[in-house]
Design a protein around this ligand. Structure first.
Ligand SMILES: Nc1ncnc2c1ncn2[C@@H]1O[C@H](COP(=O)(O)OP(=O)(O)OP(=O)(O)O)[C@@H](O)[C@H]1O
Length: 626
């Protein structure tokens, strides 16, 4: 009898739950892990369940806490809740970070948040790195250090423990990360008041729950029922926080799809779900398997693909949707041919029906470039501004700038590209250049500086000969000359290896620059094109919800759906990366995450799924697409 009012309210909102969804809603007395396959209505079910708790189980809105993965998800859930139950006051929808901040604030301890999170934190990393190594790190290095620090906090491990985990999972540890991490921790501790960043919020909140009974009681009595959305992407420290909060009453509901766990690189840990009933001994696991999104053919392909993940909860999606057409794998002769194919498919449908999905953000640039040439509106989900400021892009711009004026006054350009001129130009040379006649020939001046070795002199002679010729070349030929005649490619490889950077990602940036260069006749036209492209990509946010093609990484496509989905650049080295393949030699679970990521991408399709790769090295995962 207890469920009557809740069902009536749902009926008014024109929502009919299926049997599995209803069972999950009504299970409120013990902990519940609800495993929901893609498109099976996990959000619908979670919101309906909140309605049940309020309508029929005597919970007050302030006693219910719904924890979401992101601010956008919290907002989306709140809106859907208001749509389903307009007559009910909303419950507390919070991200785990917002919750952690409330816990810290409850202690009255003095602290200061690192302001403007990303920019300020990165400024500190740069400063600490420079203090340690006497040179500024590139933005790519700063980003890697940042992710290293975040992982340590989210996995709740020491740097030594992390080294082992990194090896098992195929994570890179960039040069300097360990040292900067230590310095960063000390810097925050010594600051008055203590500094806290986004990741510290979680570890601090956990420490408080573990040690401060007063605060703990305050929160556990306030929130009598806890719902956790996207629990497959919850990190070790986040799970621990939730466990403390749920500990006295054991009223916990987690909704997750272990097959869609894709944020391991940020510290999420799907293995925590496998221990759900150890953590909550009275807990139960239920599943949602009826997919409302995709055709039978797409569901069948997804069902055959996902068991290749080594550890998962076995579950099989079903659908009552139409049969549809089988997903198609297209192996192309070249990248260019892939682009021609996708253009054809995009043009065959209303633009908003199509999403182009890729593993790496760099792929978005080539697609945006093509769509811009064709005057087709597009919306880029994650704007990849980094491409335009990437150190390789800056290097090439600087090299080409030197083609227009090789005078001593440009010595700052040489300083900027010095890490790739290693062995040829040293720091003291820059200081010496600064004192020379600014109008003098740069290469001649360098060549005649004291104590230059024959190999250096030979290199500067080559520069003097080649740089002036670049102006008259097409951009594409000029870049080739920089790469191979001026040895940039060799220097770049050395630098990437020395810094322990991700080589594939860097080389992808380079190949995309080369691709854009092919469409311009002069260097000026090339630079103008790059500026226009950057501007258009940044402005593409305005196309959201309009008649535009969506461009998204596999990661950011989670939760979305489109009639036609085009998965591009499905090459070995990207899907999976070579690092992941290497890690697989020692750890048979190392390919689980990339497999799940590919599964997330393919399950976005409602009626048509096309998968593209070039014949040269297609992804080994394609063998599992049947
Ligand atoms: N019982 C139902 N009857 C009809 N349609 C439903 C039902 N439950 C969910 N749906 C529809 O299925 C689609 C997917 O639902 P929802 O967005 O809640 O799924 P999801 O499980 O969160 O998906 P994913 O995990 O893949 O992002 C929505 O269009 C929703 O309206």
């Amino acid at each position: 009898m207890r469920k009557i009012r809740f069902l009536q309210a749902l009926q008014q909102a024109k929502v009919t739950l299926n049997e599995q969804q209803l069972t999950a809603c009504l299970h409120v007395d013990q902990p519940l892990l609800l495993l929901a396959a893609p498109g099976t209505g996990k959000t619908t079910t979670t919101i309906a369940k909140i309605g049940y708790l309020l309508h029929d189980c005597a919970y007050q809105p302030h006693e219910i806490l719904a924890v979401t993965f992101s601010r956008a998800a919290a907002q989306d859930m709140r809106q859907r809740f208001m749509h389903f139950f307009p007559q009910l006051p909303p419950v507390t929808f919070l991200t785990i970070h917002a919750l952690a901040l409330q816990i810290i604030r409850a202690t009255q301890m003095p602290f200061q948040l690192i302001d403007g999170e990303f920019s300020e934190k990165r400024r500190i990393f740069r400063q600490l790195y420079r203090a340690k190594y006497q040179e500024y790190p590139s933005e790519e290095v700063v980003e890697s250090i940042e992710s290293y620090c975040g992982l340590i906090k989210n996995l709740h491990v020491t740097p030594t423990q992390f080294t082992t985990i990194a090896k098992e999972r195929g994570f890179d540890i960039v040069k300097g990360a360990e040292e900067v991490y230590e310095a960063y921790e000390t810097y925050k501790q010594n600051h008055q008041p203590q500094l806290i960043d986004y990741d510290d919020m979680l570890t601090e909140a956990l420490r408080i729950l573990e040690t401060d009974a007063h605060v703990r009681q305050d929160f556990t009595t306030r929130f009598r029922f806890i719902l956790v959305d996207e629990a497959q992407d919850t990190s070790v420290v986040q799970h621990a926080i939730i466990e403390w909060l749920a500990e006295p009453h054991q009223k916990i509901y987690m909704v997750a799809d272990d097959d869609q766990s894709i944020y391991q690189f940020r510290g999420s840990d799907v293995t925590q779900l496998f221990d759900f009933t150890k953590r909550y001994p009275t807990g139960k696991t239920l599943t949602l398997t009826q997919n409302y999104r995709s055709t039978q053919q797409i569901v069948k392909t997804a069902n055959q693909f996902i068991p290749h993940v080594s550890k998962r909860f076995a579950k099989k999606m079903t659908t009552m949707n139409e049969e549809g057409v089988p997903p198609r794998i297209v192996l192309c002769q070249s990248h260019h041919e892939q682009m021609t194919f996708i253009l054809h498919l995009i043009k065959a449908q209303p633009y908003a029906n199509t999403a182009v999905l890729y593993r790496n953000n760099a792929s978005s640039i080539a697609v945006a470039h093509m769509l811009m040439e064709e005057n087709i509106p597009f919306y880029v989900k994650d704007v990849y501004g980094r491409f335009f400021t990437h150190f390789i892009m800056q290097d090439l711009r600087n090299y080409l700038r030197l083609a227009y004026g090789s005078q001593v006054k440009h010595y700052r350009i040489i300083d900027a590209i010095r890490p790739r001129f290693k062995g040829y130009v040293k720091k003291e040379h820059i200081a010496q250049l600064a004192e020379k006649d600014p109008q003098a020939n740069l290469w001649e001046t360098l060549r005649t500086l004291p104590q230059m070795q024959p190999y250096q002199i030979r290199f500067f002679e080559k520069c003097e000969k080649i740089f002036p010729t670049l102006q008259d070349k097409t951009p594409s030929d000029a870049i080739q000359a920089v790469l191979y005649e001026l040895d940039y490619y060799k220097q770049l490889e050395k630098y990437i290896n020395f810094m322990k950077m991700n080589e594939e990602a860097c080389l992808r940036i380079l190949s995309t620059i080369q691709l854009i260069a092919q469409s311009a006749k002069t260097l000026v036209a090339f630079f103008t094109r790059l500026d226009e492209l950057e501007q258009q990509i940044r402005q593409s946010k305005q196309q959201y919800g309009q008649e535009a093609v969506t461009l998204s990484t596999f990661h950011s496509s989670k939760g979305l759906e489109f009639d036609q989905v085009l998965l591009i650049d499905v090459q070995e080295g990207q899907v999976p990366t070579f690092h992941e393949v290497k890690a697989f030699e020692d750890n048979k679970a190392a390919l689980d995450e990339p497999l799940r990521l590919f599964y997330v991408a393919m399950t976005r399709a409602k009626t048509q799924l096309h998968i593209f790769a070039t014949k040269r090295q297609p992804s080994s995962f394609l063998a599992y697409v049947k």
